[in-house]
Ligand binder design. Structure first.
Ligand code: ADP
Length: 342
């Protein structure tokens, strides 16, 4: 039998809590082996969606499939294919790490004769194979607890690993360790993870799904999202001199571009971003920077191109969806058909 084209497929998922929609008409796919990041502000519906995909929560309408198997119709079959790390990663405090993972492995049906080698390899992947394996879970730092949660999700070599905020509450150093661990999973399992740490998602994930108010507002590789949401180019300039002098040059050489001055303590320390929608021009700031160089009242201290990061994209994508939903509400109140936001 051909293997299904998607590890995860969601079609028109909607989840209502009473009359409040948590997830609205959500459709997306994840291909085998992809590492996909699920992004969204608090309350966007990420956990709800992940819980529906793992069969822990029933959707109000719509359907989801794991490796082509319907989650609603065969919940126990799909549970065997998924490793899930829940939000807040609840763990029993009194168990030792290796004891707990052993218990979980037995529960997940790992055969006794494979138990030891299987757990050794997971402990090593999650960097729990040294002292940490003997520690009591209650005595572990948050970073190690997260690793125990991920180790638990990896028991039984699931084809798909779903992690809800694996780096929540971690310090930047611990975040890097978990990020490396997720990178390590590449090629072994399909990964869908939710996160609010955009830089981490940008580094770890092949593709990003951005959710806002329960709806999918963007989907693509970071490069595709950049192209869609932040076309053109942004430059950062640092200039010493009078703002009015620089502004007159901006008027002359960069009149069509957007610019924004940063707040600085010294009025002569001029820092600004300028953005242009021109995609094809080689260096649209050339004439401006030449003019700054040629002006004796100004000194160009720094000038470089900035690549928009996922945070810029995220803010634009979610803002756009807020604006569209406000528009839809206005239209509805004025009797027009509400716009469909996708
Ligand atoms: P996220 O994971 O993106 O922060 P959630 O999926 O947890 O978002 O929540 C989506 C929305 O659903 C939120 O408005 C939240 O308050 C609501 N919600 C989540 N769980 C419940 C519940 N058990 N009962 C009622 N409302 C809920």
């Amino acid at each position: 039998m051909d293997s299904p084209p998607y590890s995860i497929e969601a079609k028109h998922l909607t989840k209502m809590y009473g009359r409040t929609p948590a997830v609205r008409d959500l459709s997306f796919q994840v291909r085998p082996g992809e590492v996909v990041g699920f992004l969204g502000p608090n309350g966007a519906g990420k956990s709800t969606t992940l819980r529906i995909l793992t069969g822990l929560l029933a959707a109000t309408s719509g359907e989801a499939w794991i490796n082509g198997i319907s989650v609603a119709r065969e919940p126990s079959a799909i549970k065997r294919q998924i490793g899930y790390m829940a939000e807040n990663n609840p763990l029993p405090e009194d168990f030792r790490v290796s004891e707990y993972l052993r218990f979980r492995a037995r529960l997940k049906g790992v055969p006794r004769r494979e138990l030891r080698s299987h757990l050794d390899s997971i402990l090593e992947t999650c960097d729990l194979h040294r002292k940490a394996r003997r520690k009591v879970i209650g005595a572990l730092s948050k970073g190690f607890r997260q690793r125990v949660g991920i180790a638990d999700a990896l028991i039984g070599n699931p084809q798909i690993t779903i992690m809800d905020e694996p780096t929540i509450g971690l310090d930047p150093h611990q975040v890097i360790l978990i990020r490396d661990l997720i990178q390590n999973l590449r090629g072994r399992t399909t990964v869908l993870l939710s996160s609010h740490i955009l830089s981490e998602v940008e580094v770890c994930c092949d593709r990003v799904l951005i959710l806002n108010q329960g709806r999918l507002v963007a989907s693509g590789t970071p490069a595709e999202l950049r192209e869609t949401f932040v076309p053109g180019a942004t430059y950062r300039l640092e200039v010493i001199g009078q703002r009015t002098v620089l502004e007159s040059l901006l008027q002359k050489y960069a009149a069509d571009w957007r610019h924004r001055f940063d707040q600085t303590d010294d009025p002569k320390d001029l820092r600004l971003r300028i953005s242009t929608d021109e995609r094809d021009q080689e260096d649209p700031t050339q004439a401006l920077t030449n003019a700054i160089h040629a002006n004796p009242e100004l000194t160009l201290r720094a000038w470089h191109k900035i690549d928009p990061n996922l945070e810029d994209i995220f803010l634009i994508a979610t803002r756009r969806s807020w604006e569209l939903s406000e528009e839809a509400l206005r239209d509805k109140n004025s009797g027009n058909q509400p716009e469909v936001i996708s």
